[in-house]
Design a protein around this ligand. Sequence first.
Ligand code: MV4
Length: 470
Amino acid sequence: MGIIPVSVFSDADKNAYHTIWTDESVHIGGSKSSESYLRMEKIISAAKEAGAEAIHPGYGFLSENADFIQMVEESGLVFIGPSSKSVRMMGSKTAARELMSKSGVPIVPGTKKGIESVEEAKNEALKIGYPILFKASAGGGGKGLKRVNNEDELADILESAKREAKNAFGDDTVYIEKLIEEPRHIEVQVISDKHGNYAHLFERECSVQRRHQKIVEESPSTFIDQKTRANLTSAAVSAAKACGYVNAGTIEFLVDKNKNFYFLEMNTRLQVEHPVTEWITGIDLVKEQIRIAAGEKLSFAQDELKINGHAIECRIYAEDPANNFLPSTGVINYHKMPQGPGIRVDEGIDTGSNVSVYYDPMLSKLSCWSRNREGSIAKIRTALQNYIISGVRTNISLLIWVLNHSAFNSGMYDINFIEKEYLKYSLTEETSQPGEIHKIIAALSREAAKLPINGKNGKIQNEWELLKYD
Ligand code: MV4
């Protein structure tokens, strides 16, 4: 686009990929995110100092912080994203439910206001039917959920739900939703400009997750037929219109066994999994975001879009599958990314990179496109087998396990897939007994990387790497 990007960096990111490879980078403080990436005023002064016109918040950190967005708006800079007003509105889950139900978007049966008393909660729960969930109005993304199975346990759980909501979000408002059993998590990408044009870019299936952390996403979803897709996407566009949304956003839905769908929440940012949507639509979402922020119109009309082929994304985390998926830190002593037609790697590491304890353990996003789902699965599995990240443990073995699983291949899975199936198949034994071959591979890797042995015993830490050398 001819735009010169400037990044910001913390102490820990002095030699990080983004710090080195952006045209310019401004230091904003200490390693802890509370001393740098979460410091609103430092980011705004960095932008001014660099002579930037606009701020792209990425995902995480301040990307959905309405106060930050308002500060950007008031500073005269442009925020590449929605208005603080839309973000604030969608930040309150009760307000969002109220707005959605007024706009004809289906919501999960439950209350649209905070619960005031145990009596009220019991009455509502009786109307809805057990089991129910208490959810924090200021919560979201898996935080502040409490299941209630029957009336006897309701009072105690309400009290703890309120207490935890107060502690986590500074707001003790909780509301009730009926628990949807074995649902799928399906979201719709929406986008709109400042001229009132709205579009959706179809759905993403995000049910493959562990402890609210998504690991595999795909588009289209095998579960969504044409009629459901038409209803789901039109509900998503209504949701975006209802809050006067501008720029890229995502409407999350729960979809039950009978394909009933319910609005869950809106993510008022670009999401990690946006590449799968870019693959199947051919639209560059970040480019579109920047154009929109600059006041331009959407570069396409809804009827120009169609789902082309099938895309899958795998998130690669520095986590140890043999040790309860605890974050794994260290220096990457060897790194080689897969490549080929229809393969994309979005990553922020290289040989020599330090993976610290300070930030999210996501190292890379591998995504693939093929004409159909079968081809896409085959391609991304091969790509994972040809992805070498040595020096820290990664979840690559778990990802390959998912791609080989019959439930994943048949498309018949829900949000409980990993928890249910992974217990039956633990990788602990394999990964904790590396054997001789690891030493040989490690030596080869070090040779190739011309780097000293790192602090993690110099072992290749991913047993799938063995497959390539066997
Ligand atoms: C639910 C639900 C079942 N019924 N709401 C978790 C994340 C947060 N955004 C909402 N979540 C859920 N809400 C009702 N009424 C199940 C979940 C849920 C979930 C949703 C999406 C993806 C993964 C999940 C894992 C556990 C629970």
